[in-house]
Ligand binder design. Structure first.
Ligand SMILES: *Cc1c(COP(=O)(O)O)cnc(C)c1O
Length: 406
């Protein structure tokens, strides 16, 4: 396991670390020295597990997708993170972090959000625990993601628009960091993916590792073996992938496949395929692969899916991709839409656009008839309905079954 896990300095190989301003030292040091101690206590474990079960709705099912399996002539299982409370895996992490905040006696929570999914998951657990919640969000994103802004407000969060820079996620992150520097004693900063300074990537990966813990037990029950041939997950920052891969990292017979957003094409200038386009650099206080100009300016990423629209990738994923343990594929905006329409008709499940990238990758992979394939269905598509309906008429899909019946 050691080869793929964080070392004592907070690095995965050459990636990771905590490149923080001096003024954040106290906050990060407190978290770094406490997170493993707190999560190891009986009190934490008991409360965390009870909330995952009765509040989030875990274990989420592992569903054998019969018609999808027929299409690809293999055996495809869906890990149903779309059935989590609030509609995606993100709440596994916010539940864990809010409990850490409580153990550290914090009274105030801050978070950044891009599309609003992490903001909603954070506002949800703050309401649950009765803690003050402040969400930083780019002014442009606030305009684009009105329904999630409404949810956060209804949950009692204060949503602060950020007007600097490109008015998007990276600017919101900068503001959240500024807030944390000014409120080091009262406040915990809940980061939403396996990104940011050590110990966040490791802490978030551990909270999301419940996904692969459950997959193991469920596969054993359904197939007689804990080990699939392939696990496929989409990657924005990398938290659902890190969670789905976690307990399989040491089993080299299990192929781990991460799917990035190609956007309008990897070389179109409008893409978020970080593992292909990225070079080592520092973003959000950690060393990782990121899309940047020769002068180190961050290149704005593009994806039709807001959750995959991130210019970096978690340092754990950067390491796993660099050393070949994880393979990547890129799926475009168009391919993900096509996959979403087709998948919905085949299985009766409307996937999040992010998850539709993982499904779209099935077209690029080869399977044996006896293979066991797990696709991590990271979220549900309600939030993407507007996008789906807008593109529905110009999609060129045909449904295999419908055609036969006509
Ligand atoms: C946020 C999000 C993602 C991307 O984030 P990761 O940290 O890479 O998992 C993927 N799917 C859904 C449904 C999301 O909300």
């Amino acid at each position: 396991m050691a080869e793929y896990q964080i070392n004592e300095h907070g690095y995965y190989g050459e990636f990771g670390g905590a490149y923080i301003p001096e003024m954040l030292f106290h906050n990060i040091e407190e978290l770094k020295t406490q997170y493993l101690k707190i999560t190891a206590t009986d009190g934490f474990q008991k409360e965390y597990k009870a909330l995952l079960k009765d509040y989030v709705g875990r274990p989420t099912p592992l569903f054998y997708a019969k018609r999808l399996s027929e299409k690809y002539q293999t055996n495809i299982y869906l890990k149903r993170e779309d059935l989590c409370h609030t509609g995606a895996h993100k709440i596994n992490n916010t539940i864990g972090q809010i409990l850490i905040a409580k153990f550290l006696q914090k009274t105030r929570i801050i978070a950044e959000t891009g599309a609003g999914q992490h903001g909603v998951a954070t506002a949800t657990v703050c309401a649950l625990m009765g803690l003050e919640c402040v969400i930083y969000m780019g002014a442009l994103d606030i305009e684009r993601q009105a329904p999630n802004v409404g949810r956060m407000k209804m949950l009692g969060a204060k949503v602060i628009p950020v007007h600097s820079g490109s008015k998007t996620l990276k600017d919101a992150t900068n503001e959240a960091i500024r807030d944390w520097i000014n409120n080091p004693i009262s406040t915990h900063y809940i980061i939403g993916s396996v990104v940011g300074p050590h110990p966040y990537p490791d802490m978030v990966a551990r909270f999301q590792s419940v996904i692969s813990e459950e997959i193991k037990a469920q596969l054993l029950e359904q197939t007689g073996s804990e080990f699939p041939n392939k696990i496929i997950a989409c990657v924005g920052g990398g938290s659902n992938a890190a969670g789905a891969f976690f307990h399989y990292l040491d089993n080299s017979n299990v192929e781990l496949i991460a799917i990035e957003a190609a956007g309008e094409g990897i070389n179109s200038g409008k893409s978020a395929a970080t593992s292909v386009l990225g070079t080592p650099g520092i973003i959000h206080a950690s060393k990782t692969l990121l899309m940047q100009t020769k002068d180190g300016q961050i290149i704005e990423p593009h994806s039709i899916s807001a959750g995959l629209d991130y210019p970096g990738i978690g340092p754990c994923l950067a390491h796993l991709i660099s050393n070949g343990r994880v393979k990547t594929h890129a799926v475009s905006d168009k391919e993900s839409l096509k996959a979403a329409y087709e998948f919905t008709k085949l299985e009766g499940i409307i996937p999040a656009l992010e998850s539709a990238h993982a499904i779209g990758a099935l077209e690029q992979l080869n399977f044996n008839k006896t293979d066991i394939v797990v696709v991590n269905l990271s979220g549900r598509g309600d939030k993407d309905l507007g996008t789906y309906l807008k593109h529905f008429s110009d999609s060129t899909i045909s449904y295999p079954d419908t055609k036969n019946k006509a």
